[in-house]
Design a protein around this ligand. Structure first.
Ligand code: SF4
Length: 142
């Protein structure tokens, strides 16, 4: 498919980030606290500013980190829906240009990426539980 750079997928983004995405974005000189937010379940998402992803340039209507954008942005409009599994997001005006082969390839990437992200979120939850336990222990002994 050919991205028209309409920016629709960059409005109020909920894009999940893997550790690899975060490292790659940090290499562009951006600090993680500038572009990531952590939800209560240990998942890391792109941060929004003025209703768009922090990396979306409103004037130029372009992603400022296009070559380094997260894997989830690269495979878009192929996404994972909890109800329907791997689908093509109809919000994308170019969604009709995704070939069957591309859908298969990107679909596999989406599933693998989500497994990685789920694993990383589980580790963060465990780490948070451990530090809460240590804090609790410290309080009990003071
Ligand atoms: S990283 Fe780029 S492509 Fe991905 S949501 Fe942000 S502005 Fe859009």
């Amino acid at each position: 498919m050919h991205c028209s750079h309409c920016g629709l997928c960059c409005i109020k983004t909920e894009m999940l980030l893997s550790e690899t995405d975060i490292e790659k974005l940090e290499k562009t000189g951006n600090r993680s606290k500038h572009f990531m937010r952590l939800d209560g379940q240990g998942y890391v998402k792109l941060r929004n500013r003025l209703g768009h992803c922090v990396f979306y340039d409103l004037k130029l209507k372009r992603c400022r980190v296009y070559s380094f954008r997260p894997l989830g942005c690269q495979v878009y409009p192929v996404i994972y829906s909890v109800e329907d599994g791997v689908i093509i997001d109809g919000l994308c005006p170019m969604s009709n240009s995704v070939s069957g082969k591309e859908f298969q390839r990107k679909g596999k990437t989406v599933v693998k990426l989500l497994e990685t992200i789920d694993g990383e979120a589980a580790k963060r939850r465990q780490a948070a539980k451990r530090s809460a336990f240590v804090l609790h222990e410290d309080c009990n002994h003071s």
